[in-house]
Design a protein around this ligand. Structure first.
Ligand code: NDP
Ligand code: X2W
Length: 344
Protein backbone atom coordinates (compact mmCIF):
# COMPACT_ATOMS: atom_id res chain seq x y z
CA UNK A 1 0.00 0.00 0.00
CA UNK A 2 1.33 3.44 -0.95
CA UNK A 3 -0.53 6.49 0.35
CA UNK A 4 -0.41 9.94 -1.22
CA UNK A 5 0.54 12.61 1.29
CA UNK A 6 0.38 16.42 1.21
CA UNK A 7 2.32 18.66 3.56
CA UNK A 8 1.06 22.18 4.36
CA UNK A 9 3.74 24.38 5.86
CA UNK A 10 6.47 22.64 3.87
CA UNK A 11 8.93 25.54 4.20
CA UNK A 12 8.85 25.57 8.02
CA UNK A 13 10.81 23.56 10.57
CA UNK A 14 7.99 21.15 11.40
CA UNK A 15 6.91 20.67 7.77
CA UNK A 16 10.54 20.17 6.74
CA UNK A 17 11.02 17.50 9.37
CA UNK A 18 7.80 15.74 8.31
CA UNK A 19 9.19 15.65 4.76
CA UNK A 20 12.63 14.43 5.86
CA UNK A 21 10.93 11.46 7.52
CA UNK A 22 8.44 10.83 4.70
CA UNK A 23 11.25 10.72 2.13
CA UNK A 24 12.56 7.58 3.89
CA UNK A 25 9.09 6.09 4.46
CA UNK A 26 8.42 3.05 2.24
CA UNK A 27 4.64 3.47 2.14
CA UNK A 28 4.39 7.10 1.06
CA UNK A 29 4.24 9.09 -2.14
CA UNK A 30 4.75 12.82 -1.59
CA UNK A 31 2.05 14.92 -3.23
CA UNK A 32 1.29 18.62 -2.81
CA UNK A 33 3.68 20.84 -0.88
CA UNK A 34 2.08 24.08 0.29
CA UNK A 35 2.96 27.19 2.32
CA UNK A 36 1.96 30.85 2.71
CA UNK A 37 4.08 33.70 1.34
CA UNK A 38 6.60 31.22 -0.17
CA UNK A 39 4.02 29.82 -2.61
CA UNK A 40 5.29 29.95 -6.17
CA UNK A 41 8.90 29.25 -5.19
CA UNK A 42 10.79 25.95 -5.14
CA UNK A 43 11.27 23.83 -2.03
CA UNK A 44 15.05 23.74 -2.50
CA UNK A 45 15.20 27.49 -1.77
CA UNK A 46 13.87 26.82 1.74
CA UNK A 47 14.86 23.25 2.63
CA UNK A 48 18.27 22.56 1.03
CA UNK A 49 18.62 19.26 2.92
CA UNK A 50 15.51 17.83 1.20
CA UNK A 51 17.36 17.56 -2.12
CA UNK A 52 15.10 14.95 -3.79
CA UNK A 53 12.28 17.53 -3.60
CA UNK A 54 14.40 20.57 -4.47
CA UNK A 55 12.62 21.34 -7.75
CA UNK A 56 9.11 20.86 -6.42
CA UNK A 57 6.95 23.96 -6.67
CA UNK A 58 5.42 25.30 -3.45
CA UNK A 59 1.67 25.72 -3.85
CA UNK A 60 -0.73 27.92 -1.91
CA UNK A 61 -2.34 26.38 1.17
CA UNK A 62 -5.99 25.87 0.33
CA UNK A 63 -8.45 23.01 0.45
CA UNK A 64 -8.41 22.62 -3.33
CA UNK A 65 -4.67 21.97 -3.40
CA UNK A 66 -4.80 19.62 -0.42
CA UNK A 67 -7.81 17.64 -1.68
CA UNK A 68 -7.29 14.26 -3.33
CA UNK A 69 -4.62 13.06 -0.88
CA UNK A 70 -4.96 10.14 1.53
CA UNK A 71 -3.08 12.01 4.27
CA UNK A 72 -2.61 15.74 4.91
CA UNK A 73 -0.07 17.02 7.44
CA UNK A 74 -0.76 20.56 8.63
CA UNK A 75 2.38 22.28 9.96
CA UNK A 76 0.97 25.79 10.05
CA UNK A 77 0.82 28.61 12.61
CA UNK A 78 -1.81 28.32 15.35
CA UNK A 79 -5.28 29.24 14.16
CA UNK A 80 -4.58 28.37 10.53
CA UNK A 81 -5.40 24.65 10.61
CA UNK A 82 -9.05 24.82 11.70
CA UNK A 83 -10.55 26.52 8.64
CA UNK A 84 -8.54 24.28 6.26
CA UNK A 85 -9.35 21.03 8.07
CA UNK A 86 -13.06 21.86 7.98
CA UNK A 87 -12.96 21.73 4.20
CA UNK A 88 -11.19 18.35 3.95
CA UNK A 89 -13.33 15.21 3.71
CA UNK A 90 -13.67 12.79 6.61
CA UNK A 91 -12.01 10.11 4.49
CA UNK A 92 -8.75 12.13 4.45
CA UNK A 93 -6.43 11.50 7.39
CA UNK A 94 -5.60 14.99 8.69
CA UNK A 95 -2.70 15.31 11.15
CA UNK A 96 -2.30 18.74 12.72
CA UNK A 97 1.13 19.57 14.11
CA UNK A 98 -0.20 22.82 15.57
CA UNK A 99 -2.12 23.40 18.77
CA UNK A 100 -5.60 24.11 17.35
CA UNK A 101 -7.20 20.80 18.34
CA UNK A 102 -5.15 19.72 21.38
CA UNK A 103 -7.13 21.12 24.29
CA UNK A 104 -10.45 19.68 25.42
CA UNK A 105 -11.34 22.67 27.62
CA UNK A 106 -12.52 25.75 25.66
CA UNK A 107 -11.86 28.00 28.69
CA UNK A 108 -8.22 26.89 28.86
CA UNK A 109 -7.88 27.53 25.13
CA UNK A 110 -9.33 31.00 25.50
CA UNK A 111 -7.08 31.79 28.48
CA UNK A 112 -3.81 30.67 26.89
CA UNK A 113 -4.37 31.26 23.16
CA UNK A 114 -6.95 34.05 23.26
CA UNK A 115 -8.64 33.07 20.00
CA UNK A 116 -11.79 31.21 19.06
CA UNK A 117 -11.84 27.57 20.21
CA UNK A 118 -11.77 25.15 17.26
CA UNK A 119 -12.53 21.89 19.15
CA UNK A 120 -10.48 18.85 20.07
CA UNK A 121 -9.24 15.84 18.11
CA UNK A 122 -7.76 12.53 19.29
CA UNK A 123 -4.42 13.36 20.88
CA UNK A 124 -1.38 12.06 19.03
CA UNK A 125 0.66 10.56 21.84
CA UNK A 126 0.45 6.79 21.21
CA UNK A 127 2.22 5.91 24.47
CA UNK A 128 -0.75 7.14 26.54
CA UNK A 129 -2.81 4.23 27.90
CA UNK A 130 -5.39 3.07 25.34
CA UNK A 131 -4.39 5.73 22.83
CA UNK A 132 -3.18 3.38 20.11
CA UNK A 133 -6.70 1.96 19.72
CA UNK A 134 -8.13 5.48 19.46
CA UNK A 135 -5.55 6.52 16.88
CA UNK A 136 -6.17 3.40 14.81
CA UNK A 137 -9.81 4.43 14.34
CA UNK A 138 -9.59 8.13 13.56
CA UNK A 139 -9.03 10.40 10.58
CA UNK A 140 -8.20 13.46 12.70
CA UNK A 141 -5.13 13.69 14.95
CA UNK A 142 -3.81 16.57 17.07
CA UNK A 143 -0.05 16.17 17.52
CA UNK A 144 1.08 17.22 21.04
CA UNK A 145 3.26 20.23 21.77
CA UNK A 146 6.94 19.45 22.13
CA UNK A 147 7.22 20.27 25.85
CA UNK A 148 4.06 18.29 26.73
CA UNK A 149 5.46 15.22 24.93
CA UNK A 150 8.66 15.29 26.98
CA UNK A 151 6.98 16.07 30.32
CA UNK A 152 4.15 13.58 29.88
CA UNK A 153 6.53 10.75 29.06
CA UNK A 154 8.81 11.71 31.95
CA UNK A 155 5.95 11.51 34.47
CA UNK A 156 3.47 9.02 33.02
CA UNK A 157 4.58 5.85 34.87
CA UNK A 158 4.78 7.74 38.17
CA UNK A 159 1.19 8.98 37.84
CA UNK A 160 -0.32 5.73 36.61
CA UNK A 161 1.44 3.74 39.37
CA UNK A 162 0.30 6.23 42.04
CA UNK A 163 3.86 7.19 43.00
CA UNK A 164 2.88 10.86 42.65
CA UNK A 165 -0.64 12.27 42.73
CA UNK A 166 0.00 15.14 40.33
CA UNK A 167 -0.04 18.04 42.78
CA UNK A 168 2.89 20.45 43.02
CA UNK A 169 4.55 19.24 39.81
CA UNK A 170 7.52 21.48 38.95
CA UNK A 171 9.02 21.37 35.46
CA UNK A 172 12.01 23.25 34.11
CA UNK A 173 12.60 22.36 30.48
CA UNK A 174 15.37 23.54 28.18
CA UNK A 175 14.68 23.82 24.45
CA UNK A 176 16.58 24.80 21.35
CA UNK A 177 15.21 27.73 19.30
CA UNK A 178 13.89 25.55 16.44
CA UNK A 179 10.91 25.02 18.75
CA UNK A 180 9.86 28.56 17.98
CA UNK A 181 9.72 28.07 14.20
CA UNK A 182 11.54 29.75 11.36
CA UNK A 183 10.02 33.21 11.31
CA UNK A 184 12.32 35.97 12.47
CA UNK A 185 12.07 36.91 16.17
CA UNK A 186 14.51 39.37 17.80
CA UNK A 187 15.24 37.16 20.85
CA UNK A 188 16.14 34.30 18.51
CA UNK A 189 18.84 36.13 16.58
CA UNK A 190 22.14 34.28 16.66
CA UNK A 191 23.85 37.06 18.60
CA UNK A 192 21.19 36.89 21.33
CA UNK A 193 21.22 33.12 21.56
CA UNK A 194 24.86 32.10 21.32
CA UNK A 195 26.53 31.41 24.63
CA UNK A 196 23.41 32.28 26.61
CA UNK A 197 20.47 30.54 28.29
CA UNK A 198 17.29 32.37 29.26
CA UNK A 199 13.94 31.56 30.83
CA UNK A 200 10.78 32.70 29.07
CA UNK A 201 7.03 32.23 29.48
CA UNK A 202 7.65 32.33 33.25
CA UNK A 203 4.96 32.35 35.94
CA UNK A 204 2.40 29.86 34.65
CA UNK A 205 1.69 31.67 31.39
CA UNK A 206 3.26 29.34 28.82
CA UNK A 207 0.57 27.84 26.57
CA UNK A 208 1.80 24.31 27.16
CA UNK A 209 0.78 24.57 30.83
CA UNK A 210 -2.88 23.56 30.24
CA UNK A 211 -1.84 20.81 27.82
CA UNK A 212 0.50 19.23 30.39
CA UNK A 213 -2.20 19.52 33.10
CA UNK A 214 -4.72 17.92 30.72
CA UNK A 215 -2.37 14.97 30.22
CA UNK A 216 -1.70 14.54 33.95
CA UNK A 217 -5.46 14.51 34.61
CA UNK A 218 -6.01 12.01 31.81
CA UNK A 219 -3.43 9.73 33.43
CA UNK A 220 -5.40 9.79 36.69
CA UNK A 221 -4.12 12.78 38.66
CA UNK A 222 -7.22 14.17 40.40
CA UNK A 223 -6.40 17.87 40.71
CA UNK A 224 -2.95 18.33 39.18
CA UNK A 225 -1.03 21.54 39.75
CA UNK A 226 1.99 22.62 37.75
CA UNK A 227 4.69 25.23 37.73
CA UNK A 228 6.29 25.11 34.26
CA UNK A 229 9.32 27.17 33.25
CA UNK A 230 10.75 26.82 29.73
CA UNK A 231 14.36 27.81 29.10
CA UNK A 232 15.87 28.71 25.76
CA UNK A 233 19.36 27.27 25.23
CA UNK A 234 21.86 27.55 22.37
CA UNK A 235 21.40 24.23 20.55
CA UNK A 236 19.39 24.08 17.35
CA UNK A 237 17.17 21.14 18.38
CA UNK A 238 16.30 19.25 21.52
CA UNK A 239 14.37 19.42 24.79
CA UNK A 240 15.62 18.35 28.19
CA UNK A 241 12.73 18.35 30.68
CA UNK A 242 13.49 18.06 34.40
CA UNK A 243 10.31 17.27 36.31
CA UNK A 244 9.86 16.90 40.06
CA UNK A 245 6.84 16.17 42.24
CA UNK A 246 6.17 15.11 45.85
CA UNK A 247 6.17 11.35 46.34
CA UNK A 248 2.79 9.95 47.39
CA UNK A 249 4.34 8.60 50.59
CA UNK A 250 7.78 8.55 52.24
CA UNK A 251 8.10 4.76 51.91
CA UNK A 252 8.49 4.94 48.13
CA UNK A 253 12.09 4.19 47.20
CA UNK A 254 14.05 4.12 43.97
CA UNK A 255 13.55 0.39 43.39
CA UNK A 256 9.78 0.75 43.36
CA UNK A 257 10.06 3.76 41.06
CA UNK A 258 12.40 2.04 38.62
CA UNK A 259 10.19 -1.05 38.53
CA UNK A 260 7.16 1.08 37.63
CA UNK A 261 9.06 2.85 34.85
CA UNK A 262 10.62 -0.35 33.50
CA UNK A 263 7.21 -2.05 33.37
CA UNK A 264 5.50 0.94 31.76
CA UNK A 265 8.07 1.29 29.01
CA UNK A 266 9.04 -2.37 28.48
CA UNK A 267 7.12 -2.66 25.19
CA UNK A 268 7.74 0.85 23.91
CA UNK A 269 9.97 1.03 20.83
CA UNK A 270 10.81 4.69 21.22
CA UNK A 271 10.97 5.28 24.98
CA UNK A 272 14.15 4.16 26.70
CA UNK A 273 14.55 4.05 30.46
CA UNK A 274 18.29 4.51 30.87
CA UNK A 275 20.40 2.25 33.09
CA UNK A 276 20.91 3.58 36.61
CA UNK A 277 23.49 6.34 36.75
CA UNK A 278 22.99 7.52 33.15
CA UNK A 279 21.08 10.72 32.47
CA UNK A 280 19.24 11.79 29.32
CA UNK A 281 21.09 13.91 26.78
CA UNK A 282 19.49 15.75 23.88
CA UNK A 283 22.29 14.78 21.52
CA UNK A 284 21.57 11.09 22.02
CA UNK A 285 18.08 11.50 20.52
CA UNK A 286 18.95 14.08 17.87
CA UNK A 287 17.08 13.43 14.62
CA UNK A 288 15.48 10.30 16.09
CA UNK A 289 12.01 9.55 17.38
CA UNK A 290 13.56 8.32 20.63
CA UNK A 291 12.86 9.49 24.16
CA UNK A 292 15.42 8.99 26.91
CA UNK A 293 14.04 8.84 30.45
CA UNK A 294 15.71 8.59 33.83
CA UNK A 295 14.35 8.77 37.38
CA UNK A 296 15.63 9.37 40.88
CA UNK A 297 14.21 9.71 44.37
CA UNK A 298 15.27 12.82 46.27
CA UNK A 299 14.56 11.38 49.70
CA UNK A 300 15.53 14.52 51.65
CA UNK A 301 13.08 16.61 49.62
CA UNK A 302 10.49 13.81 49.47
CA UNK A 303 10.27 14.25 45.70
CA UNK A 304 10.46 12.17 42.56
CA UNK A 305 12.85 13.52 39.92
CA UNK A 306 12.19 12.47 36.31
CA UNK A 307 14.18 13.69 33.33
CA UNK A 308 13.36 13.19 29.64
CA UNK A 309 15.20 14.16 26.46
CA UNK A 310 13.60 14.37 23.02
CA UNK A 311 14.28 16.03 19.70
CA UNK A 312 11.55 18.68 19.58
CA UNK A 313 11.21 18.38 15.82
CA UNK A 314 11.19 14.58 15.69
CA UNK A 315 9.40 12.90 18.62
CA UNK A 316 8.27 16.39 19.67
CA UNK A 317 6.47 17.05 16.35
CA UNK A 318 7.09 15.36 13.02
CA UNK A 319 8.23 11.95 14.26
CA UNK A 320 5.26 11.75 16.61
CA UNK A 321 3.04 12.80 13.70
CA UNK A 322 4.41 10.07 11.41
CA UNK A 323 4.11 7.51 14.25
CA UNK A 324 0.42 8.46 14.50
CA UNK A 325 -0.02 8.27 10.73
CA UNK A 326 1.38 4.74 10.79
CA UNK A 327 -1.09 3.72 13.49
CA UNK A 328 -4.06 5.32 11.72
CA UNK A 329 -3.11 3.55 8.47
CA UNK A 330 -2.67 0.18 10.18
CA UNK A 331 1.09 0.09 9.55
CA UNK A 332 3.79 -0.91 12.01
CA UNK A 333 4.08 2.27 14.07
CA UNK A 334 7.87 2.42 13.73
CA UNK A 335 7.83 2.47 9.89
CA UNK A 336 10.17 5.10 8.50
CA UNK A 337 11.16 6.41 11.92
CA UNK A 338 14.78 6.57 13.09
CA UNK A 339 15.29 5.20 16.58
CA UNK A 340 18.94 6.02 17.05
CA UNK A 341 20.30 9.52 17.69
CA UNK A 342 23.62 11.09 16.80
CA UNK A 343 26.88 11.21 18.71
CA UNK A 344 29.09 13.04 19.51
N1 NDP B 1 9.05 23.82 15.79
C1 NDP B 1 8.69 22.91 16.68
O1 NDP B 1 9.52 22.34 17.40
C2 NDP B 1 7.26 22.55 16.82
C3 NDP B 1 6.26 23.12 16.06
N2 NDP B 1 4.96 22.73 16.23
C4 NDP B 1 3.88 23.39 15.48
O2 NDP B 1 3.99 23.18 14.08
C5 NDP B 1 3.46 24.30 13.41
C6 NDP B 1 4.55 24.84 12.48
O3 NDP B 1 5.64 25.25 13.28
P1 NDP B 1 7.07 25.56 12.68
O4 NDP B 1 7.36 24.69 11.54
O5 NDP B 1 7.99 25.57 13.82
O6 NDP B 1 6.85 27.06 12.13
P2 NDP B 1 7.63 27.78 10.95
O7 NDP B 1 7.45 29.23 11.19
O8 NDP B 1 9.00 27.25 10.82
O9 NDP B 1 6.80 27.38 9.63
C7 NDP B 1 5.49 27.82 9.40
C8 NDP B 1 4.99 27.28 8.06
O10 NDP B 1 3.65 27.72 7.86
C9 NDP B 1 3.56 28.47 6.65
N3 NDP B 1 2.60 29.55 6.85
C10 NDP B 1 2.71 30.64 7.65
N4 NDP B 1 1.57 31.37 7.60
C11 NDP B 1 0.74 30.73 6.74
C12 NDP B 1 -0.56 30.98 6.27
N5 NDP B 1 -1.27 32.04 6.69
N6 NDP B 1 -1.11 30.12 5.39
C13 NDP B 1 -0.42 29.05 4.96
N7 NDP B 1 0.82 28.76 5.37
C14 NDP B 1 1.39 29.58 6.24
C15 NDP B 1 4.96 28.99 6.42
O11 NDP B 1 5.09 29.26 5.03
P3 NDP B 1 5.91 30.51 4.41
O12 NDP B 1 7.31 30.06 4.18
O13 NDP B 1 5.24 30.76 3.12
O14 NDP B 1 5.79 31.62 5.41
C16 NDP B 1 5.79 27.79 6.87
O15 NDP B 1 5.79 26.80 5.88
C17 NDP B 1 3.05 25.32 14.46
O16 NDP B 1 1.68 25.21 14.73
C18 NDP B 1 3.88 24.90 15.64
O17 NDP B 1 3.31 25.32 16.82
C19 NDP B 1 4.63 21.76 17.12
C20 NDP B 1 5.56 21.18 17.90
C21 NDP B 1 6.94 21.56 17.85
C1 X2W C 1 11.70 27.38 21.98
C2 X2W C 1 10.25 27.72 21.75
O1 X2W C 1 9.91 28.86 21.55
N1 X2W C 1 9.38 26.69 21.76
C3 X2W C 1 7.97 26.84 21.53
C4 X2W C 1 7.27 25.51 21.65
C5 X2W C 1 6.91 24.94 20.35
C6 X2W C 1 5.89 23.82 20.30
O2 X2W C 1 5.85 22.79 20.88
O3 X2W C 1 4.93 23.99 19.51
P1 X2W C 1 3.47 24.48 19.60
O4 X2W C 1 3.63 25.94 19.33
O5 X2W C 1 2.86 23.73 18.50
O6 X2W C 1 2.77 24.23 20.85
C7 X2W C 1 7.36 27.80 22.53
O7 X2W C 1 7.78 27.85 23.68
O8 X2W C 1 6.36 28.41 22.17
Amino acid sequence: MVVRVAVAGCTGYAGGEVLRLLLEHPGVEIGALTAGSSAGGRLGEHQPHLWPLADREIQPTDAGTLAGHDVVFLALPHGTSGPIAEQLGDDTLVIDCGADFRLTDPAAWQQFYGSEYAGSWPYGLPELPGQRQTLARTTRIAVPGCYPTSVTLALMPAVTAGLIDGHDVVVVAASGPSGAGKSLKPHLLGAELMGSASAYGVGGVHRHTPEILQNLALLGASEPTLSFTPVLVPMSRGILATCTAPLANPEIGIEQVRTAYAEAYAGEEFVHLLPEGQWPQTQAVLGSNGVQVQVAVDAAAGRLVAVAAIDNLTKGTAGGAVQCMNLALGLDETTGLPRIGVAP
